[in-house]
Each structure stands twice: as C-alpha cells, then as structure tokens.
Design a protein around this ligand. Structure first.
Ligand code: ATP
Ligand code: MG
Length: 390
C-alpha cells in the first residue's frame, strides 16, 4: 500500500510548491492506516481545476465540472479534486452542483464518516478534524457532524454504512445507527443501481453477517427492492456460515433461495446485469436438485452454475461434498451440444427430415450420451437416431 502513496507524493509536493495545499483523502487513507491494500489514490487540493492544469504537464479532464482533473505521472493517472462543498441537496440525493473552496476543513466536513474524512499530507502528517483516528482504532463508523442531517442530505450514506461494516468489520456507533433507523425510508429515494452497488459490496464483505444484521435491524432492508416484509428469510440468510462469498453469484443464489423468490424478478428489481441474472437462474435451479443432482441436471446447469450451486450448498449443508459433485460434472461424457459427435446437419444428411422432430431426436441422443447409455460416436448416434421410435 505504501508504494502507491509514495509514487504519488511528487503530485502533492508540486502543488504545495506552487502555493496550494494538497492531501491524500478518502478511502485510500483509511485503508492504508488499517494496513489494507489501497485501490484508488484520491488527492484533494486547494487549487482550482484550471490551476491544477497549470501545475502539471500532462492532465486529462475527467470530471472537471466536479473539480476533478486526472494528473498523469509515470504512466499512472491520479485523480486530483479541488476542495469543495456540496450544497442544495434535493430529494435526499447528492447534489449535482458543487462549490469549490480553498479550505480543507470545508471539504472534510462534507464527507460521510469520520474514518473517511482524514487527510494525509506528503510528510505523513494526518489532518484529523473529527476524531477519525480514534474511530479507526476502535473500528467505529461515525457520521461526520449530525448523523440525522447527513443521512437526510444523502440517503445513500446509510447503505454505505452497512457496506463498510461488512467490508471493514467496523461497528456503526449508536447515534449513527439511530439516525439510520430514523431515516431508513429515505433509501427509497435513491436509484436502485446505487443501492445495489453498495449491497453487492456488502454481500462480498468479510463481515457480511454484521452488515446484514444492521441492514435488517435498522429497517433499511424494508426499503430495499423486494426485501420488505422478509425479516425472517433475511435473518436465516444472515445466519449462514460466515465464510465470505467467493462470488456475487453465490450470494444472490442463496438470497434467492431464502427469499423463495425466482432470481429473474428478484435480480431485475435490483437492476442487475443480464449475465448475473442468467448465471443465478442456472445455479438456483441446480441448487434445488442438491445434494444429489442427476447427471442431466449437472449437464444442463453448465460448469459455472455447478461451481456456484455446489459452493452455495456448502453454506446450507456444511458436510456437503462439493468436490465430488464437481468431479461428477467434470467426468460427464459431454459438456455442451458442440461436444456431441453429431448435430442437426449430420442428421439431415443422414436422411432425417428437418423440423421439430429433429430437435427432439437430438435432445434424446444428448440425454443418452450424458447418461452414458450411448457412446459419443457418429456411428452409434446415427444408428440410434434411425432406431428412434418417434
Ligand atoms: P471505496 O473506494 O473502498 O469504495 P471510499 O471511502 O474511497 O471507499 P469512495 O466512494 O471512493 O469511497 O469515495 C471516496 C471518499 O469520498 C469517501 O472516503 C468519502 O470521504 C467521500 N464520499 C464518497 N461518497 C460519499 C457520500 N455519499 N457522502 C459523503 N461523502 C462521500
Ligand atoms: Mg475510493
């Protein structure tokens, strides 16, 4: 983690040499102080965007209306954002309009949680205006300022709180928790995509049980798509073994299982991508056949769903032998229509009439090969197709 900051230090120094203030801010400071790997290095500065562009030779206007200029250094792009305040919140969502300011304090006080409101200078000095360092040491999430007002301004922060709980293993302190409970209904004002992005990160967190417990206990779940009135199903889902989900597919498969909701409508309500929906549908179908799915059910599920559903089953049945089911799948004679020694064209050449019956014949031959009843050779399959009683 340190090297990432180290490489970006010249950016802070050059801004200071030009007469401005500049700091590392946001999640990378938090994560570095926690000795976690850092992702994006966010830099905040008193320089206005046009001034940032004057200081550096190579910049890209990535989000200039929000005050962000990307500075290119040694082939890496660093986001440099002017200190700003956000005012004029409407509809409980983040405003589009921002005001640039010269004062770091103004910028830090608009941030969501004290552990996200630390600033780190190039010399290693930490600016800590809201006792974020002690909250960090105590693994505590505390809203900056009046929690009620802050969640009223931007209801997404409530989802971020439970997401950070799951990601970091922190606890939301009492006044912040109470304010989430009071404002939970405002979650309905936030776009589903943004709520889903936080929820997905909650699902994948190492302290998922903790994040889910807060989602339920604060009442936030009542205002999330298709989770209202599902407290007992959610409790059961939250009580699954604590092992982190290795994929979103596993998380959504188990959630769909406990909610007894088909993945299609559930994941569409959460505006999830079609690929995730399809993968989850296959896995849920196979999960319903666990712990002893037939060879045909394994074939129809496909490899990805076999991996997902066997992993999901281990949460439901800790002694489940996922490896042996995966081995059975691997040892199937074929894994896809393309593996079959014949196809529609081969059958037509052999004199079978095109039409619906052709498809049925192919399906029967596929099933027989998967079941090990027929060898997967052209000769055997053509002979069987001629013998087909239909
Ligand atoms: P991660 O990158 O792991 O998601 P992060 O804390 O860096 O965590 P970002 O969404 O990258 O989260 O935001 C960067 C910083 O911007 C945050 O640390 C916080 O200071 C501030 N921030 C982001 N979203 C909000 C918000 N909705 N309200 C207030 N401040 C926010
Ligand atoms: Mg970040």
């Amino acid at each position: 983690s340190a090297p990432d900051f180290a490489r970006a230090i010249p950016i802070l120094q050059q801004l200071e040499q030009a007469g401005y203030e500049a700091y590392f801010v946001g999640g990378s400071v938090r994560d570095a102080l926690l000795h976690l790997p850092i992702h994006d290095v966010d830099i905040a500065t008193s320089a206005y965007p046009a001034e940032v562009k004057q200081v550096f030779a190579r910049t890209v206007d990535t989000g200039i209306q929000h005050g962000t200029v990307m500075v290119l250094l040694h082939g890496t792009g660093y986001e440099v954002t002017t200190f700003r305040t956000e005012s004029g919140y409407q509809d409980f969502r983040r405003p589009d309009h921002v005001t640039f300011v010269r004062d770091l304090a103004e910028d830090l006080k608009r941030r969501d949680f004290t552990v996200n409101a630390l600033a780190l200078r190039h010399d290693g000095t930490v600016v800590d205006l809201f006792a974020g360092l002690s909250d960090l040491a105590e693994h505590r999430l505390r809203a900056v300022g009046d929690p009620h007002a802050r969640f009223h301004e931007d209801a997404l922060r409530m989802m971020r709180a439970v997401r950070f709980e799951s990601q970091l293993g922190f606890h939301i302190e009492a006044a912040t928790t109470a304010a989430i409970a009071d404002n939970a209904a405002l979650l309905a004002k936030i776009s589903v995509e943004r709520v889903a992005s936080e929820f997905n990160r909650l699902l994948l967190g190492h302290w998922r049980q903790q994040g889910l417990a807060s989602l339920i206990d604060t009442g936030l779940a009542e205002f999330a798509p298709r989770l209202a009135g599902q407290a007992s199903a959610l409790q059961a889902f939250a009580a699954l073994p604590a092992t982190p989900f290795a994929s979103l597919e596993i998380g959504w498969t188990l959630l769909s299982h406990f909610l007894q909701q088909a993945p299609g409508p559930l994941l569409k309500a959460w505006k999830q991508p079609n690929a995730l929906i399809a993968a989850t549908q296959h896995a849920v179908t196979l999960l319903a056949a666990m712990p002893q799915p037939s060879d045909w059910q394994l074939y129809e599920a496909g490899e990805a769903a076999v991996v997902t559903a066997t992993a999901a089953q281990t949460y439901l049945q800790p002694d489940f032998d996922a490896a042996s089911v995966q081995t059975r799948y691997a040892q199937l004679p074929i894994h896809a229509a393309a593996d079959l020694a014949i196809n529609g064209g081969t059958l037509i050449q052999a004199g079978v009439q095109p039409g619906p019956k052709l498809g049925q014949t192919l399906q029967r031959l596929t099933q027989a090969v998967v079941a090990g009843e027929l060898p997967n050779t052209q000769a055997a399959l053509l002979a069987a197709s001629r013998a087909d009683p239909c």
